[in-house]
Design a protein around this ligand. Structure first.
Ligand code: FAD
Length: 413
């Protein structure tokens, strides 16, 4: 019997889940309350790179969070007035920041991400049209000694499937391979093998392929509640009326918590606001750039660079603060040779952040007919294909996947 699955959320995670579900034979209806990509999935950096699979919670991060209280211009910002509301989340964040838990989280994400490049290749081969390129990542440092220290931390990661980094070189040698870097860059190293995806192209490519395969992707279709019978979720409620489903997949990014809370499920997702904008550079980069001290990612898309950064814990709001954008631009300009013209395509997105920095994936214990797919933090583009594949296996084969156990949706309850 064909299962009817309703996927809530038209970001990269919802679309990838709907694609794999449809591919494996489910009847799929994806409901997006606004337009495709109106959440975090639009103006992000598009990196598919395990360098970014480390959970946010980790050694030293509590100090970073505390310092962030006093530094509205820092790359990590936690406005003081949000402290009371955030206290329970920060308490869990602190508990998850031990070296042991950070290491376990990193391993869990690396394991989930393991088939990622193959799955992206398969999407392309199956007719999902999107722009992606394999480029190396230049990790650029203003402080050469820090480059040496951080380089050491990359070496053990090769056992998790990371590419081994090149040796550390000085600024001049780095500029030979990447002339877009400024004289201020004192050193760095390169990690080959990353992929960069132009996110809007991926979202539209998935939408088109789902539709071509006979699935439905509906925009301006908000889900306002979930219908239940006993401990089974039987469908969703929309302003136009109920839609029945054999299974509902919640992939609503930072808004997943509100929907889950209606069923008493506590997924503890906070918003980690980030900003991006595009500029036309004097010299185009031929790599992805990680401007290390500033925590900024630079991605070349056609003739422009998308520059993205900041992690702001200021609740669920899309307010675009021009001062924060200006600070990112100022920090980035120290590392880059320069650009002409204004900061275009200014954008903000909310990363879905759990306190331990890991996604929530799978079925909550107390409910049947419900599957969670959210909390992908800084790695939603990277993890979307592996997530979509796993969700399809859970929903259609009742699979109990060992690699998903660390992402158990009940772990905060
Ligand atoms: C500046 C920045 C840079 C980033 N760079 C990278 C990167 O380089 N690589 C990487 O892997 N990740 C990156 N990320 C993270 C990545 O963007 C996110 O992890 C990912 O987009 C999350 O996708 P999602 O589908 O879970 O959520 P979203 O994209 O937020 O999608 C959720 C969707 O659900 C919809 N929705 C919400 N409530 C309802 C409802 N009730 N009914 C119907 N629809 C609803 C929303 O409108 C939204 O479209 C970056 C993020 C930011 C902010």
């Amino acid at each position: 019997l064909t299962k009817h699955v309703v996927v809530v959320g038209g970001g990269v995670v919802g679309l990838a889940s709907a694609y794999f579900l449809r591919r494996e034979g489910a009847e799929v209806t994806l409901l997006e309350r606004s337009t495709i990509g109106s959440g975090a999935s639009w103006g992000n950096s598009g990196w598919v790179d395990p360098t970014f699979s480390a959970p946010l919670a980790g050694p030293g991060m509590v100090g970073t969070a505390l310092r962030a209280l006093a530094r509205p211009n820092g790359s990590f910002y936690l406005p003081m007035r949000h402290l009371p509301r955030l206290a329970p989340w920060l308490w869990r964040f602190w508990r998850a920041s031990s070296p042991e838990r950070h290491d376990a989280g990193l391993r869990a994400v690396a394991r989930l991400a393991q088939p990622t490049q193959r799955l992206y290749d398969q999407l392309g081969a199956d007719g999902v049209r999107f722009d992606s390129r394999r480029l190396g990542v230049v990790h650029a440092f203003l402080d050469a000694a820090r480059a040496e220290r951080i380089h050491q931390t990359f070496l053990p990661l090769t056992e998790l499937g990371y590419e081994a980094p090149s040796g550390v070189v000085g600024g001049a040698a780095l500029r030979e391979g990447e002339p877009s870097l400024s004289e201020a860059v004192a050193g760095g190293f390169i990690v080959e093998g990353a992929r960069v995806v132009n996110s809007p192209s991926l979202l539209y490519g998935l939408q088109a392929r789902i539709t071509e395969l006979g699935g439905a992707v509906r925009e301006h279709a908000p889900v306002i509640g979930l219908d239940t019978k006993g401990s089974r979720v039987t469908g969703v409620r929309t302003p136009e009326g109920p839609i029945e489903a054999d299974e509902v997949v919640l992939a609503a990014g930072v808004w997943t918590g509100q929907l889950a809370a209606k069923l008493g499920i506590d997924v503890r997702i906070e918003a980690g606001k980030g900003y991006s904008f595009s500029v036309t550079p004097m010299t185009m980069t031929s790599h992805l750039l990680h401007l290390y001290e500033a925590r900024i990612a630079v991605s070349p898309f056609e003739e422009r660079l998308r520059i993205a950064g900041t992690m702001e814990l200021s609740g669920v709001n899309r307010k675009l603060n021009p001062r924060r954008i200006a600070k990112v631009a100022q920090a980035a300009s120290r590392y880059l040779g320069g650009w002409t013209g204004p900061l275009e395509e200014q954008w903000t997105g909310l990363r879905p952040l759990t306190p331990d920095g890991l996604p929530v994936l799978g079925r909550p214990r107390e409910w049947t007919g419900l599957c969670m797919a959210s909390g992908h933090a800084m790695a939603g583009v990277m993890l979307a294909p592996a997530t979509g594949q796993a969700i399809a296996q859970i929903v259609l084969e009742d699979a109990d996947l060992a690699e998903l156990h660390p992402f158990n949706p009940d772990r905060f309850g």
